[in-house]
Write a protein that binds this ligand. Sequence first.
Ligand code: HEC
Ligand code: HEC
Ligand code: HEC
Length: 413
Amino acid sequence: MRAPRLLLPALASVLALLVAAVVWLNRPSGTPPPVAATTDPVAQVERGAYLARVGNCAGCHTARGGAAYAGGTAIGTPFGTVYAPNLTPDAATGIGAWSSDAFWRALHDGRAADGRLLAPVCPYPNYTQIGRDDVADLHAYLRSLPPVAQPNRLHALRWPYGTQPALAVWRALYFRPGTPAADRGAYLVGGLGHCSACHGQRNAWGATGGALDLRGGSIPTQGWVAPALDDPREAGVADWPLADIAALLRTGHSPQAVASGPMALVVARSTQHLTDADALAMARFLKALPQRGTPAAPSPPPDAATLALGARLYERHCADCHGAGGEGSPGAVPALAGNRAVVMDAPDNLLRVVLGGGFGPATAARPQPHGMPPYATLLSDAEIAAVVSFLRASWGHRAAPVNALDVNRQRGS
Ligand code: HEC
Ligand code: HEC
Ligand code: HEC
């Protein structure tokens, strides 16, 4: 009977220590750094408007068809759905009553004005690196918007994920307040631009390896994979000219690639607005990222019948636009021969494009991009698998075939 009597107090003290550690790691950070005095409020609002675009705040905080920044957008996560809150200066339902310091704590500490811990769906693990003056400019911009009275929707997260203790434990494990990076490119990619929110590799608890984790990963609940920015076989751009990288960010098109799906939205809502200097700073940073040298593992082609069916379907449905040899047509339709999006290990994006079709981002540079029709209703799972497997085994490609089940799984997501 001795052991249990000692065990209980021992367990209790371990538990108390863990709770103390979680509380300590979630302590509010002290007084925010001082804000530089602004002499020109109009210029400050303009700077804030630019920063809000670079941070793509509207991407989540403006609902489709809803008032700007009034929130309400449903965002799916593996743990349930969250709803972006109202950021307009309405005092009752928005953040009109928030002080400048309270707003800073939201972005820097992930803490609401009432002290509530925020879900990291708002990418504050990145925004924590935004400098104090930029946060003040963002706040000034949001305060300049027309107030919209729209109450926030309650999140629909499965128990216990949305609870404050669960968030506190998550934050103790995975979140530390940050400081602004000195290099402008790192500042934009890791902080405001929050590229790692998609291009980072998330663990089972939804945490990436940090603000500059760009190892690539699947975007939960959307069926897209954000390719690795540190791998030349995926989305690494180390061997692209700087101007091409900047062009991809500014227009969604470069001689090497087009932005599709979630990346097309990022370009349309955010990166097309980058100044030349900022687009180049990001490009320089991405180009200099140390690249992984994982060699491609060549895969045997699909069986002859599948290959023949794929070739026939390609000829009938795709060759008019993409060319008999997959050469595309420069400036209008991307080449499929030698295209990384076609041979990437994970076929998810490829399947999404063929099923759903799509447009590149509409940008000031390209208001009416060429489109690609959807094939979801025109072709069966087996036919889409065949044409995609044909693409992955033609023109020197050696990527693994996909099967009808893979296609069916993509239809579901
Ligand atoms: C990927 C989607 C996403 C992006 C991008 C995003 N947010 Fe959020 N934001 C959210 C969600 C979801 C919440 C709610 C979190 C919660 O309640 O726990 C939130 C909460 C907030 C809050 C707290 C508001 C409140 O009433 O509690 C502020 C302030 C905020 N975001 C500001 C911003 C700013 C400024 C930007 C751009 C620099 C931004 N957000 C970009 C999704 C996003
Ligand atoms: C909302 C999720 C999301 C965010 C945020 C995001 N990306 Fe992407 N990105 C994607 C997806 C998905 C793809 C793959 C589809 C494609 O190729 O366009 C992609 C592709 C890319 C590519 C490769 C394009 C190609 O086809 O070779 C580059 C480069 C890139 N992203 C850079 C960035 C940078 C820089 C940022 C931050 C400013 C960023 N992304 C933010 C989702 C995202
Ligand atoms: C009407 C012309 C047209 C037809 C027909 C067409 N495509 Fe496309 N396709 C496009 C355009 C334009 C894009 C670029 C869209 C964008 O910018 O997102 C594209 C993009 C793609 C991409 C993505 C390339 C990348 O770099 O991300 C793939 C893969 C693709 N098409 C495959 C196919 C297949 C397979 C078929 C036949 C089943 C097909 N396309 C039929 C015009 C077409």
